[in-house]
Design a binder for this molecule. Structure first.
Ligand code: AMP
Ligand code: MG
Length: 535
């Protein structure tokens, strides 16, 4: 049901384009690739496409923008969110930013295939920036085409929403649209280019500012513009900190550290591996941003990275994400140093990241295990031996924690009965040797004893665990199956996954198939276990 206050025409959206109004634009209006100096963005229009086809809309995101159902189903919606028409009040631009890629300063990067449409103020007074990904080249496209393929767009669309419903801070996705045009990609950079279907995702977030937006200005030795962007960001996105001042800059950086730590704790909780944690892919708001070659841990392997481009060093592997976030925050501290001219307050704030992360991680593990609170004296050992056991044999992380919640802390059971619910989580039964089972049983007995100290009723404990251990995540092979079908013109699996992943913590018998272990065929299939940056 649409309430009368819903917007029925996109020209009625209330735009307040603060970013372009308050920050300097690149004076060159042309859409040529170049180094941009002394500016935070370049005005650039999306490139029109031939025959756009709407594939999916996330209704919760449409609700954030107060858009009516009819509007979301209209041709005008498709035309606007593929980039064929600018609605009234839109003012399109690409942001200038730099970044460290795989630990090396890469200079200017910028929105090479993202075009911002403007900032909507919704009826609750919230600010939501809209951004098309894959809508054509910009001055920051370097040697690439500014386009995106259906494969990567389905992945971004579904994962943004899956993460939101899991409770992980993230940018959102309003829509997924086919352009009706082809895009050539060499998926594994191995000399096998292929024409793929082009697509555009409209992303939505309070702001798309990244660490790299600040880094580029310091690299260009432009402290005045750095201050302007920092002041703008504090006033717009961190208004609770008060008017910018040296103390407020430090408080702001400390908050970025805190938000980033919280985001990484969530990633570790749900088994998400970003895959490309370059500083240009780090949001100043602590949101998960830029869904590229990300993946989900299926079997718990702390060394796993989905990104084939990173298969040598594995810089961005699951277990390394907390340290990488710290390193990236260090680069942000370097970038904003000219605001203060002294290092110790920033160093102190940076050091607090480790505390935030540790505390957050401990609380998260206590929640996952159904404990009332983390007690280092007992729980350090409990957690480290559990994680060691999970990694030792191929264990499905998601299924394991869900099944663990089934155990009773108050009924005496045989070894067999104790282990039985967990057997579902193992990929290779032959790895469950007598020795392994003995270690697991020992751990389970210790765990039950620990639960008994808390004295929670089994039902209460189970409900608490199931509220933080999802039943459904966007398993890599599920996204790939949805892509395979979409490439054949069947979008039904995209819709089913979007629907199922709205309630990741609930039992949904109709979607039981999406909670199953990765099938064997997906073990080595590109797109399921191996992804590249090509998208
Ligand atoms: P990523 O590592 O995917 O976040 O991208 C790094 C940089 O490359 C960013 O500046 C992107 O905008 C840019 N980029 C990635 N893919 C493309 C593309 N197809 N066309 C233009 N720029 C791109
Ligand atoms: Mg990026």
């Amino acid at each position: 049901m649409n309430s009368p206050t819903k917007i029925t025409h996109l020209d009625a959206l209330n735009f307040d384009n603060c970013f372009v109004r308050e920050l300097p634009a690149d004076p060159d209006p042309g859409n040529t690739r170049r180094q941009v100096l002394g500016a935070c963005y370049s005005k650039v229009l999306p490139t029109p496409v031939a025959k756009p086809i709407g594939v999916a809309v996330a209704k919760e995101v449409a609700d954030l923008l107060d858009l009516s159902d009819q509007l979301c189903a209209s041709d005008d919606f498709v035309q606007v969110f593929v980039g064929n028409r600018l609605a009234q009040g839109m003012d399109a631009y690409a942001m200038c930013y730099g970044g460290h890629q795989f630990g090396m300063w890469a200079g200017q990067l910028g929105d090479g295939r993202a075009i911002n449409l403007g900032e909507v103020i919704n009826r609750n007074g919230e600010r939501w920036a809209l951004q098309l990904k894959g809508a054509g080249a910009t001055p920051y496209s370097r040697n690439a085409d500014g386009l995106a393929v259906l494969r990567s767009s389905v992945r971004e669309f579904l994962c943004s929403e899956a993460m939101f419903h899991l409770g992980v801070p993230t940018t959102r996705a309003l829509s997924l649209t086919l352009t009706g045009e082809f895009v050539v990609r060499d998926m594994f950079y191995d000399g096998n280019p292929k024409a793929e279907l082009g697509a555009v995702v409209c992303r939505v977030a309070p702001s798309f500012t990244r660490f790299g937006n600040f880094q580029i200005l310091t690299a260009q030795r432009n402290p005045a513009l750095l201050k302007q962007l920092a002041d703008y960001t504090i006033r717009t996105d961190f208004p609770h900190l008060g008017e910018p001042s040296p103390d407020v800059y430090v408080a702001w950086f400390a908050e970025v550290c805190q938000r980033t730590a919280a985001m990484i704790v969530h990633w570790q909780r749900v088994g998400f591996v970003h895959g490309v944690m370059n500083t240009d892919n780090m949001s100043i708001l602590g949101l998960t941003i830029d869904y590229g070659p990300y993946g989900w841990l299926e079997n718990y392997d702390p060394d796993w990275t989905p990104n084939t481009t990173d298969s040598g060093e594995r810089r961005y592997r699951y277990a390394h994400q907390p340290q990488i976030a710290f390193w990236n925050l260090g680069q942000l501290a370097n970038a904003i140093f000219p605001l203060l001219g002294v290092a110790p307050p920033l160093q102190q704030a940076l050091a607090s990241y480790t505390e935030y992360f540790e505390q957050g991680w401990q609380a998260m593990m206590a929640d996952k295990l159904g404990l009332l609170a983390y007690q280092p004296a007992t729980d350090d050992e409990l957690c480290s031996s559990l994680l060691g056991l999970l990694a030792k044999v191929e264990t499905d992380m998601t299924i394991f924690y869900r099944q663990l919640a089934e155990l009773s802390a108050h009924q005496a059971v045989s070894d067999e009965a104790l282990i039985a619910p967990l057997l579902l989580a193992y990929y290779r039964p032959e790895q469950l040797t007598a020795d392994y089972k003995a270690q697991l049983l020992q751990w389970l007995r210790d765990y039950l004893a620990r639960l008994q100290q808390d004295g929670l009723a089994d039902d209460t404990k189970k409900a608490r665990m199931n509220a933080v251990n999802p039943k459904y995540v966007l398993r890599n092979y599920l996204a790939q199956l949805a892509i395979d079908q979409a490439e054949q013109g069947d979008f039904s699996m995209i819709h089913k996954l979007l629907d199922c992943l709205r309630h990741p913590y609930d039992e949904q018998p109709e979607y039981q198939e999406f909670a199953e272990k990765r099938p064997d065929w997906a073990r080595q299939r590109p797109g399921c276990s191996m992804l590249s940056c090509s998208s």
